[in-house]
Design a protein around this ligand. Structure first.
Ligand code: NAD
Ligand code: IPM
Ligand code: MN
Length: 354
């Protein structure tokens, strides 16, 4: 298993180091892995003048899977857009064709009191958000900032989805729903946006291929509200790129912290890019206090989805349960009476539990 390791910026290197410790622990136990590091994001810009250096894209293409930390930092926020760290991330997603972004919001029972919501609202929570990742307003043309006919500057982005893009992500949603509770909620804004009118029509039409799946539709504004009102009504949610970006950050707080939310981004053959759902957290970077669990849990997703190694994936997830049961908490999930751990202590605890 050849894995490209792209730490990126901010807390990226700190959290990826913990995930690498976990992979190495599994390797010492017989798992065959070969790791190779490369730059992405601001680190790519600093090293090679490009947030996605050619060598990094080539390494990603030559690897079976990619483990990524996070990209972005204040010092890069004023660069011309193509040079910004976030462009490196968008380009590697597009380049790898990883259109299906799975973001599971799962509450570990030990963290019920770490959420800002009441424990009874979140306990037992287990939602899979399926976010389309290579289309929508993120990539739609035309885009840019131009002078309009009144001589005023205007910013333009275009929300667009074609039928095949909708169909392939809907298929992923239906298939995941079939393996879970067979409940699928498609989130859109079909009351206003034609893009999502088409989305709704296609998702509805495909229900005949999955008659056991109970399909529902919800407008995104209502979905945002329902996620904090009664999140356990959801099982699998499918949505477009921008709505999925926003809803998954919201859902992360139901699990205690965004530092708990892993992700898998898959292409049609389950080759994948694995990264936590959060960003580079420049406010806490370099302090060894970030939560590495979302990244470690992303490694579990890598073993499950790309390498079909359910056993090793389960071992990592059990080790995470175990350290939470032992009381280890990084600052973001700390509650009174638990045991404050740094990022590296948390990584070491997971390795010990493995
Ligand atoms: P962010 O997710 O980086 O941080 C939001 C808040 O959550 C911050 O207070 C941060 O300290 C906290 N946080 C995030 N991850 C944490 C962790 N593992 N442990 C503890 N606390 C954590 O979002 P932001 O502040 O809006 O963005 C910061 C930078 O990251 C920006 O440059 C943005 O573009 C980039 N970004 C990158 C990705 C990615 O690489 N996938 C995702 C989101 C944002
Ligand atoms: C995420 C991030 C990215 C996104 C940004 C940094 C491009 O917010 O992975 O959720 O919007 O997809
Ligand atoms: Mn995001």
């Amino acid at each position: 298993m050849k894995i490209a390791v792209l730490p990126g910026d901010g807390i990226g290197p700190e959290i990826v180091a913990q995930a690498v410790k976990v992979l190495k622990a599994l390797a010492s136990d017989g798992l065959k892995v070969e790791l190779e590091q490369a730059h992405i994001g601001g680190a790519g810009y600093d090293a090679a003048g490009d947030p996605l250096p050619d060598a990094t894209m080539k390494l990603a293409q030559d690897s079976d899977a990619v483990l990524l930390g996070a990209v972005g930092g204040w010092q890069y926020d004023t660069l011309p857009r193509p040079m910004r760290p976030e462009q490196g991330l968008l380009r590697i997603r597009k380049g790898m064709g990883v259109f299906a972004n799975l973001r599971p919001a799962l509450l570990y029972p030990e963290l019920a009191s770490a959420s800002t919501l009441k424990p009874e609202v979140v306990s037992g929570l287990d939602i899979m958000i399926v976010r389309e990742l290579t289309g929508d307003i993120y990539f739609g043309q035309p885009r840019g900032i131009q002078v309009n006919d009144k001589g005023e500057r205007e910013g333009i982005n275009t929300m667009r989805y074609c039928e095949s893009e909708i169909r392939r992500i809907a298929k992923v949603g239906y298939e995941i729903a079939m393996k879970r509770s067979r409940k699928l909620c498609s989130v859109d804004k079909a009351n206003v946006l034609e893009t999502t009118e088409l989305w709704r029509e296609i998702v509805t039409g495909m229900n005949k291929d999955y008659p056991e799946v109970e399909l529902s539709h919800m407008y995104v504004d209502n979905a945002a509200m329902q996620l904090v009102r009664a999140p356990k009504q959801f099982d699998v949610m499918i949505t477009g790129n921008i709505f999925g970006d926003i809803l998954s950050d919201e859902a992360s707080m139901l699990t205690g912290s965004i530092g708990m939310l892993p992700s898998a981004s898959l292409d049609a053959n389950n080759k994948g890019l694995y990264e936590p759902s959060h960003g580079s957290a420049p406010d806490i970077a370099g302090k060894d206090i970030a939560n590495p669990l979302a990244t470690i849990l992303s490694v579990a997703m890598m073993l499950r989805y790309t390498f079909n190694n359910e056993e090793a994936a389960g071992r990592i997830e059990n080790a995470v349960k175990n350290v939470l049961a032992q009381g280890y908490r990084t600052a973001d999930i700390y509650t009174e009476g638990t045991r404050k751990a740094s990022c590296s202590e948390m990584g070491a605890a997971v390795v010990a539990a493995l």
